[in-house]
Write a protein that binds this ligand. Structure first.
Ligand code: AIR
Length: 214
């Protein structure tokens, strides 16, 4: 990220924090990641589905790309890259302005052994809840190892899909519509297991596995 881009983003966040926009028009969830190399794990999964898939495909959220022009969908998230080590000032600005910008919860993901974006964001954005996503297995300790009095909730390595569900659970305490969407998602999940179980048993392993590989 060029120096100008970093300063512009910091100015933008600070400006947005002064706008006092109605809650329905600001992003409900802020997603930050340490690098765009985290994108697949954080958003669209690859081997596993990610936070983007959970929000957009399962819960009907939309991505808000312009703070001043919200999409028609009521519930939204926004996405930024900010590194605890390469751009500590941008990380700080994001966390400091999060509440005033109208966010209700942050999902923060980072990888490597010094995955400090989630824990630092949680400390600065406090009392806003932060859900940490260790991008890799080796990042788990640095994400979750917080001292007493400095809270952070976290999901297992790579499980950004679950981070999105957890964020929605927090929002659902205020919004019945999100609660209903979460329940509908869970009902679908249950019935999917039922269908698979019945097919596996009734068709037998060989036929079931052959169809799966196609
Ligand atoms: N990272 C970036 N800044 C601080 C940290 N810990 C993490 C990113 C990514 C990993 O370092 O979250 O998972 C490697 O980043 P990159 O950009 O070298 O691919």
């Amino acid at each position: 990220m060029s120096e100008t881009a970093v300063s512009e983003l910091i100015d933008r966040l600070n400006d947005e924090a002064t706008q006092d926009r109605p809650a329905a028009e600001t992003p409900d969830v802020g997603i930050v990641m340490g690098s765009d190399s985290d994108l697949e794990t954080m958003m669209t999964g690859g081997r596993r589905r990610g936070a983007y898939d959970a929000f957009v495909d399962e819960l009907g959220f939309d991505e808000q790309t312009d703070f001043e022009a919200p999409p028609a969908e009521r519930f939204t998230f926004e996405t930024y890259v900010t590194s605890a080590h390469r751009t500590p000032d941008l990380m700080t600005a994001y966390a400091e302005t999060a509440e005033d910008r109208g966010l209700d919860v942050i999902i923060a993901g980072a990888g490597g052994k010094s995955a400090d974006l989630p824990n630092m964001t949680a400390s600065i954005a406090y009392p806003l809840p932060v859900i940490g996503v260790p991008v890799q297995e080796k990042s788990v300790d640095s994400v979750i190892g917080m001292p007493t009095g400095a809270p952070l909730v976290a999901v297992d390595a790579g499980k950004s899909f679950n981070a999105a569900l957890s964020a929605a659970q927090i929002l659902a305490r205020q919004h019945d519509e999100i609660r209903d969407r979460l329940v509908a998602y869970h009902d679908e999940l249950r019935s999917g297991v039922g269908t698979v179980s019945r097919d596996l048993h009734d068709r037998g392993t060989e036929a079931f596995a052959a169809d799966r590989e196609e």
